[in-house]
Design a protein. Sequence first.
Length: 317
Amino acid sequence: MSFSRAYHLFQNADFLRVWLTGAICNTVRWLEFLAIGLFVFHMTKSAFDVSLIAGLRLIPLLLFGNLTGAIADRINRAYLLAASLLFLIIIFTTLAALVIFDALQLLHIGIGAFLSGIILSGEHSVRRALLGEISGIEHLAAANGLDRSTDNITLIAGPLLGGIVFHTIGLLGTCIVICSMLIIATLLIVRVPSHPRTNDTTRVSVFSDIQKGLRFALRRPVILRVLLTTVIFNFCVWPLWALMPVVADTRLGLDTSWTGILMSITGVGSLAGALCVASFVRPQHYQDIFFYGSTLFLLSILLFSLSDNLWLSLIHI
């Protein structure tokens, strides 16, 4: 992705609004993922409870991700995204009210995690489709590259902000910060026009679209290998992020601010790796880099799990 193409995209006000909305939503995603994990561990001192809440948060990605993406092709994407953000605001406002009245329990957190997981399961696909719709075919690759780079930056900013905010003002303040950020994102996205596809999509069911996508992937070995590698990678990396508060507290003796720093280091590595690939790797080597890079990261997770030293942990992760 060249700077000239990125500059051209940012000249489009609608693209800028959607891009900023995505940056805010991804920052909120990591902020609340860490903050909720920290709160649950401080409340229960149970690694199982932390894993349970994280699981409830992630299960909707598996169950509803493809479904929400297919639905988004049939309705106004900007309105769908705005409605999703409003629902998230309601969820975190409710959690904040429960904290105020000292009535928040693990059950409430689990319900909130599952509902927010449902909303966020479709946010990524809906927003990226909207970016493609606005940028057009000519600038689609640049738009996707810019969005991916932003994902890595938010993986740095989200945990870093989450650790500091939770350490400073607790869960109540964290919920207020999240709601404030989501309100800004909602105000941005409601100003973006969007038009769903109209070419015969009404004659095809949502599940038929999903089946066609799966058949397409299964018939192409390259896509199938990428999907399998992605599944294995995510199966290993999400537990790392989910249990970061537990590891940071029990093995490394870190407070919540340092826990956020520790988690954000994965974003620093991801961003550095993405920049190196974009600058030095030729397209014909992308598959090899993807496979060996994923394998190296899994090995790093193993070394991280064996470390009880902060600086070695920072290097391994």
